[in-house]
Design a protein around this ligand. Structure first.
Ligand SMILES: Nc1nc2c(c(=O)[nH]1)N[C@H]1C(S)=C(S)[C@@H](COP(=O)(O)OP(=O)(O)OC[C@H]3O[C@@H](n4cnc5c(=O)[nH]c(N)nc54)[C@H](O)[C@@H]3O)O[C@H]1N2
Ligand SMILES: Nc1nc2c(c(=O)[nH]1)N[C@H]1C(S)=C(S)[C@@H](COP(=O)(O)OP(=O)(O)OC[C@H]3O[C@@H](n4cnc5c(=O)[nH]c(N)nc54)[C@H](O)[C@@H]3O)O[C@H]1N2
Ligand code: SF4
Ligand SMILES: [Mo]
Length: 740
């Protein structure tokens, strides 16, 4: 008999509500949930493929342990965890910084990742924590921490009310948005233009989004910070920089004005490739627009001047009077787990960077983690003896991939929590596979903090956990118990209670919390009979800004969300400054010292020979998801192929032809790849998507191996933006030649 179930899609930041049709345990159809208060029926092809993911025969159904000959054998959970304990034991007794953790992107999409990973790394007591953030958005975290006092105080474009959106280094028509949770961005951007608003896209490629824009600024890769500085420069020198309402709550405007002085439109033109008149016109349009917003994403962040660019985006929003204003860039007020939710009334602490360093490359810590760009060197150089990967595939996703693959193969201990035997986990001594996402409940703790409306939505597990599988929650609890020295046999209920108690204890010490001053044990008891992720989520909802508190009936609880299966809309975003600020000054720090200290580096870049040779950028494809969804047949093939985009002029000059083969060589490595000649890319730039290269031995990815593509990160050398430690993944110098 056919049944249906609602499900929030865990596959990207858009968090669409889906309706699944089931025949017993089989998912026979996936549609958008028209009644979802946030996504209103939108979905993309990946959402449809959730069914294929659920039924993928290559998903692991039992833990694996690596054998002497390098192959993997299925074992019982008890044996798997006993092996983990045996392998980690000696290291747990020694210098714990020698145990590395690599946490990948899907952790942001699971409650186990959001609620247990921090406890696990704390118990492990290591400072060698690496996450996908330093290949992604760390520049935004750093600039947000310095400017607003919290790494997650990130303003998002109020797309539904703006008149003018300037977007850099983002392609939401493929990615569906990032640090910007807005299901149906294609529709929202269309609506912006239909109501007379304008969309301007700065991208070296005529991306799917740029193709729909009113203006496409086809700039040279790696030069966003220069161009943004010129935009601020124009506004300042034309006397059109105005902080508006925020003037009194802001420090550092004069320093910003001085810092951008050298970056005139004329001066940045040779580097950016953007005509001075275009820069001046965009600055004027920004200032003229009633409500405008600037947004930069991965092309802007994963670049040499990532933090400067991220900072300048928010400076532009501030000096055009659009920061914290409807139709501009607004801070969401999330229902649960948001650190800035409540005005604390106390000054915050200055953000410290570089509190420790990686042992081999000496790279500075950033907001509690080490840059992934040094992972290969730390492993190969013995700084880290063991690595635990959780929902990550660094062998494909991380820079300097050639060296990293060798280091992973040679690692003394590699333990992976992952559903697939893939390019990373094939080297693992133990693989602990979580079940399909449909076996756990879903609530987006992270993305509600970045959403264009304040919303709360929960979906319970769609299907019960089959016999013989372990939930990701249980896997993480068991690993936490091992890290805590309680051993693989520990009583998991007690481990979970300790984690819940720690969370509650923090809340009862927080001024202004409805739980302030309460007895933690009584709070814990009152959450019964709920356990697991649901108990913690109920608590966080109750403690949050819309929450019912300890004993109220009115306000959010998990019960309330269960009674509203299509979600609860909590309204449009509203102004939140100065209440959310946690800076030491209690004001918006428009010119933080660490950022100003990096400006001379940008200034020196003005004099570089920018038009020397080819540079490589990435691109995302709609039916792809970093490295891990190429094993689902409906998603691969057609336009979703790993090809090198080359402009016709470059193709002619280099002797390349469409559908021919080429080699691309960088300081880090060399790949051979299919060529696609297209005028959608700027001359002098080539583009290769990341996450491919599924031709390694010892994987179990039947579909992906048929069209493996190449690993673009063999070409990225592991350079970083110094302030954030973020990997430089775009603007890589390459030489391209016909193959053979
Ligand atoms: N050249 C280049 N490189 C890039 C980028 C780029 O633009 N260019 N982008 C970077 C960015 S933004 C990111 S976020 C990173 C991503 O880097 P990673 O997070 O390391 O890579 P993913 O490909 O997302 O790998 C996700 C892994 O999680 C597993 N997985 C999927 N679902 C679950 C689950 O529910 N639980 C668990 N435990 N595991 C699961 C998958 O099998 C896969 O092994 O890549 C970065 N790398
Ligand atoms: N379909 C799909 N969706 C995804 C993902 C996926 O792999 N596939 N990954 C998810 C993840 S982890 C993330 S972080 C988000 C990322 O989401 P987005 O930030 O929207 O990422 P992209 O789609 O890669 O768009 C980046 C754009 O930057 C351009 N670019 C490259 N270099 C530069 C530069 O120097 N300057 C400027 N201005 N532009 C440049 C590229 O040409 C590209 O069009 O997407 C998420 N959603
Ligand atoms: S846009 Fe993202 S959240 Fe929506 S269906 Fe596609 S993958 Fe899922
Ligand atoms: Mo990402």
């Amino acid at each position: 008999m056919a049944t249906s179930a609602l499900r929030i899609c865990p596959l990207c930041e858009a968090t669409c509500g889906l309706t699944l049709t089931l025949d017993g345990e089989r998912v026979t159809r996936v549609r958008g949930d028209d009644r979802d208060v946030f996504s209103r029926g939108y979905l993309c092809p990946k959402g449809v493929a959730l069914a294929d993911l659920h039924h993928d025969p290559d998903r692991l159904s039992a833990p694996l342990v690596r054998q002497a000959d390098g192959s993997h054998a299925a074992v019982s959970w008890d044996e798997a965890f006993a092996t983990v304990e045996r392998l980690l034991g000696p290291l747990l007794d020694g210098d714990r910084d020698r145990i590395g953790v690599y946490a990948g992107n899907p952790n942001v999409h699971t409650l186990a990742g959001q609620l247990l990973l921090p406890a696990f790394t704390r118990m492990l007591g290591t400072r060698a924590v690496f996450t996908a953030s330093t290949m992604d958005q760390m520049p935004k975290h750093v600039s947000a921490a310095l400017m607003f006092g919290d790494k997650l105080s990130i303003p998002v474009p109020d797309v539904d009310r703006t008149d003018y959106l300037l977007m850099l280094g983002a392609n939401p028509l493929a990615s569906n948005g990032s640090l910007w949770t807005a299901p149906d961005l294609p529709g929202r951007l269309r609506a912006l233009r239909e109501r007379g608003g304008r969309l301007v896209v700065a991208d070296p490629r005529r991306s799917e989004t740029a193709a729909k824009a009113d203006r496409h600024v086809q700039m040279r890769p790696g030069t966003d910070a220069l161009w943004l500085a010129a935009l601020v420069n124009v506004l300042c020198s034309a006397g059109r920089a105005d902080l508006g309402r925020l003037g009194a709550a802001t420090e550092g405007f004069a320093e910003v004005e001085r810092a951008v002085a050298p970056f005139t439109p004329e001066r940045v033109a040779p580097a950016t490739g953007v005509a001075a008149a275009t820069t001046a016109a965009v600055a004027r349009d920004l200032a003229d627009a009633e409500r405008a917003c600037v947004y930069g994403r991965i092309g802007t962040h994963a670049a040499r001047f990532g933090t400067l660019a991220s900072w300048l985006v928010d400076v532009l929003n501030a000096v055009t009077g659009n920061l914290d204003e409807p139709g501009g860039a607004l801070f969401p007020l999330a229902p649960a787990g948001q650190r800035n939710a409540r005005a604390s009334g106390k000054p915050g602490r200055a953000t410290q960077l570089g509190r420790w360093h990686s042992s081999v490359r000496g790279m500075p810590e950033v907001l509690g983690e080490l840059p992934v760009a040094c992972l290969a060197d730390e492993l190969a150089g013995g700084g880290i003896a063991a690595l635990i990967t959780i929902a990550g595939n660094p062998a494909l996703s991380a820079p300097n991939a050639g060296a990293l693959a060798r280091a992973l193969a040679d690692a003394e201990v590699l333990i992976s929590v992952d559903p697939y035997l893939n390019e990373t986990t094939r080297h693992a001594h133990v693989v602990l596979p979580p079940p399909s996402p449909l076996h756990s409940g879903h609530y987006d703790l992270a993305f509600t903090q970045l959403a264009v409306r304040n919303v709360a939505r929960w979906t319970p597990p769609t299907l019960p956990l089959p016999e013989g599988l372990a939930s990701e929650w249980e896997i993480m609890l068991r690993l936490t118990a091992i890290a805590a020295g309680q051993g693989a046999e520990a009583h998991l209920g007690a481990v979970e209670d300790a984690i819940a108690s720690a969370l509650i204890e923090r809340e009862v010490r927080t001024d202004g919390s409805p739980y302030a001053g309460h007895d933690p044990a009584a709070v814990l008891a009152a959450l019964a009979p709920r356990r697991g992720a649901e108990r913690l989520l109920d608590f966080l909802l109750r403690a949050g800004p819309y929450g019912a508190g300890p004993d109220g009936d009115d306000g959010l609880t998990l019960d309330a969300l269960e009674a509203a299966p299509h979600g609860i809309d909590l309204g449009p975003l509203e102004s939140r400054l100065p209440g959310l600020l946690r800076t030491a000054s209690g004001r918006v720090e428009l010119a933080p010292a660490p950022i100003l200290d990096d400006v001379p580096r940008l200034r020196a870049a003005l004099d570089e020979p920018w038009d020397d040779g080819l540079v490589l950028v990435g691109r995302r494809q709609l039916r792809s998801n970093n490295s891990w969804m190429h094993n689902l047949a409906p998603l691969v093939g057609g336009a979703n192929r790993c090809t090198l985009h080359v402009h016709p002029h470059d193709a002619a000059r280099l002797g390349l032809r469409d559908s021919g083969r080429a080699t691309a060589t960088s300081a880090a490595g060399k790949v051979e790849v299919d060529v696609e000649v297209t005028d959608a890319i700027r001359p002098g730039v080539v583009s290769l998507p990341h996450g491919w290269g599924h031709d390694g031995d010892g994987t179990r990815l039947t579909v992906a191996a048929r069209s493996p593509g190449v690993n673009s990160n063999l070409l990225t050398p592991g350079a970083v933006d110094p302030l954030s430690g973020n990997a430089v993944l775009n603007g890589i110098a390459v030489e391209v030649a016909p193959a053979g």
